[in-house]
Design a protein around this ligand. Structure first.
Ligand code: IPM
Ligand code: MN
Length: 360
């Protein structure tokens, strides 16, 4: 049976990088005899311009009916002044995460050995002789400050409110995913919280500890406060295997971690629920803010291409095809076939073509 993919390119560089990733997906589908059926839909600012809503009914219908959502990026300065529910991020991306209960967000961070010189860190910080930098951020995605109620802003009173709320069930299910992930990696979980200040941090730590001692004693568990974790990511990123953390901390730490490989354009993500359904998108945004790189065919499509690999792995059950894409990306990078922010000379479309040609 054909796998149905809802394709939501969105705004800014979204359409360009999604097009490049489609070339790779089509090629791997031909190689591995996969039947992929794409249904494209508008989202974000592009959808708002066309229909007055950043997440139109038609888009939701296509997503409801799909096996996976392949998402580009949304947002741009032209939509910042809109009421919150019409903004691309608040009105489209966050509701999609909530609608499908996508509480697991997986963000792999890998420093490619051939790109150590592109990293802003000194080589001696990148653990080159000890296995390099290769970890996964496991971010809780549907709770915490992002979604906690009540939430309000009263400009007249000059006051705003966000709520950081977590319950044990929410903490336990993401912690379980982190432990399971560590089991098939290097068997280490570092849980990041702010238990020295926040009540939610105390519950977080107690819950992670309880689950660890009851079911995951084979995994080495450590804890860091988020401020210290942000420092450790720069001082010694090679120490991490799986970083488990709550929504807001995960957002911030993943942008910080994205600097390590030399470009945020290399970082993919998977957002999953319990049914195997997921949304797959780069960790970066729409490239639409000044100086905008949208429409110039210079954006790095690798994060989008690697998100396609994650989609094949986690939502479509095609592990072999996912690995082929990852291997082709590594080959392209090793051969110097990348975009200009990494010191290369290829365009967005050319990188897509190069990766497709390296599939084997
Ligand atoms: C991310 C993004 C989103 C987030 C924004 C666009 C709402 O920064 O996926 O990291 O904060 O989660
Ligand atoms: Mn972010």
């Amino acid at each position: 049976m054909a796998k149905k993919i809802a394709v939501l390119p969105g705004d800014g560089i979204g359409p360009e990088i999604v097009a490049a990733a489609r070339v790779v997906l089509d090629r791997v589908a031909a190689l591995d005899s996969l039947e992929l059926e794409y249904r494209e839909a508008l989202v974000g600012g592009a959808a708002y311009e066309a229909s007055g809503s950043p997440l139109p009914e038609e888009t939701l219908r296509i997503c409801d009916d799909a096996d996976a959502i392949f998402f580009g990026a949304v947002g741009g300065p032209q939509w910042e002044g809109l009421p919150p529910e019409q903004q691309p991020e608040r009105g489209a991306l966050l509701p999609l995460r909530k609608r499908y209960n996508l509480y697991v967000n997986i963000r792999p961070v890998l420093v490619y050995p051939s790109l150590v010189d592109a990293s802003p860190l000194k080589k001696e910080r990148l653990n080159v002789d000890g296995g390099g930098v290769d970890f996964v951020i496991m971010r809780e995605l549907t709770g915490g400050l992002y979604f906690g109620q009540p939430k309000s802003i009263d400009r007249e009173a000059g006051e705003a409110l966000d709520t950081l709320r977590y319950n044990v069930t929410e903490i336990e299910r993401i912690a379980r995913t982190a432990f399971e992930t560590a089991r098939v990696r290097r068997k280490k979980v570092c849980s990041v919280d702010k238990a020295n200040v926040l009540s939610s941090g105390i519950l977080w730590r107690e819950t992670v500890n309880r689950l660890h001692s009851s079911e995951y004693k084979d995994i080495e568990l450590s804890h860091l406060y988020v401020d210290n974790a942000s420092m450790q990511l720069i001082l010694n990123p090679g120490q991490f295997d799986v970083i488990l953390t709550e929504n807001t901390f995960g957002d911030i730490l993943s942008d910080e971690a994205a600097t390590l490989p030399g470009s945020i354009g290399l970082l993919a993500s998977a957002s999953l629920n319990d049914t195997g359904f997921g949304l797959f998108e780069p960790c970066h945004g729409s490239g639409n803010y000044p100086p905008s790189i949208a429409g110039l065919n210079v954006a790095n499509p690798v994060a989008q291409i690697l998100s396609a690999a994650m989609m094949l792995r986690y939502a479509l059950g095609c592990e072999g095809s996912a690995r082929k894409i990852e291997a082709a990306v590594t080959k392209a990078i090793t051969a110097g076939k990348f975009t200009r922010e990494l010191g290369g000379s290829l365009s967005t479309a050319e990188v897509g073509q190069a990766v497709a040609d390296l599939l084997a």
